[in-house]
Design a protein around this ligand. Sequence first.
Ligand code: ADP
Ligand code: MG
Length: 270
Amino acid sequence: MTPAPVLAVRDLRVEIGGQHILHGVDLEVAAVGTTALLGRNGAGKTTTVRGILGLLPRTGSVLLRGEETTRLPTHALVRRGVGYVPEDRGVFTTLSVAENLRLAERPGAGEPAYDLVHELFPELKRRARQAAGTLSGGQQQMVAIARTLLNGNQLIIADEPTKGLAPKVVTEVARVLERAAEAVPVLLVEQNLAVVRRLARHCAVLADGRTAHRGPAGELLADSDACRRLLGVGHGGTGTPSTGPAAHSTARPATHSAARRAAPTAETDA
Ligand SMILES: Nc1ncnc2c1ncn2[C@@H]1O[C@H](COP(=O)(O)OP(=O)(O)O)[C@@H](O)[C@H]1O
Ligand SMILES: [Mg+2]
C-alpha cells in the first residue's frame, strides 16, 4: 500500500486584487521522494506554493499529514514542519554560511540537524565563515536547501531551484535535491525537464491557474503530445523551447537507477 501523501491540496483558489489567479488546484505530494509541480510561465506554480504556505489568502483545503491547515497562519505551517526554498533563494548575502544556517534554527524543533546538513553538504562546512553573497549560485542554493533540513521538517517546497543556473550547476543542485529528498519529501517546482526526469516520481501540471494533469512524471515526459500541450515543449526538452538540442532524445520513465545514471545536461534559460 502506498503511504498517505504528506500534503493533499484540494480545490485551492487564490484571488489577488480581485483577480482570480488560482481556480481549482489539486495536487498530492507523495510521502517519499520528489513530486514535481509543472506548468508554463504564469500558470500559477508560485502562487500555489504561496497559497499552500498561507502567504496569500486562499480557499479550498490543504491537508498536511491529514491535518487541515487552510485556517492556519504561515508560522503555524512552518512550526508543523514545512520548509520553503523561495524562487530567489532568500539567502542573506552579507552574512556567513554559518550565520545563514543559525538564523534558520527553529526553537522547539529539537537539536538542529547539523550532522545531516554537513553530511549532505560538506562544502558548506568548509565554507562556514564565507559570506553567502560570495558563493556561486549553486552553493547559495545549497544554503537555501540546507536551512530547510536543519529543523526536522516533514516537507520541503522548492520553487524553481535550478532557474538561471549554468548547466553544470544545475546538475549539482539536482544531486543535492536528490539527496535531500532521501531525507524529506520534496515538492519541486521545476521547468527543467531533465531535472524532473531525474528526480520526480509523480507530477502535477498547472495551466491557467488549474490542475490540468496529474500522474507519474515518467509517463508525462514520455508523451510528447502531452508535453507539447501542457508544457509547450517536446519530450526530452528543457522547458525552454528556445534553447539548444534536447538533452535526451528518448524519454524514459524516471526509475530511480536510470535517473541516477542520467545526469541532466540540458540547458537552462540562463
Ligand atoms: N501579486 C500579483 N498581482 C497580480 N497578479 C499576479 C500576482 N502574482 C502573480 N500574478 C499573476 O498570476 C499568474 C500566476 O503567476 P505565478 O504563480 O507567479 O506563475 P508561475 O510561478 O507558474 O510562473 C500570472 O499571470 C501572474 O501574472
Ligand atoms: Mg514561479
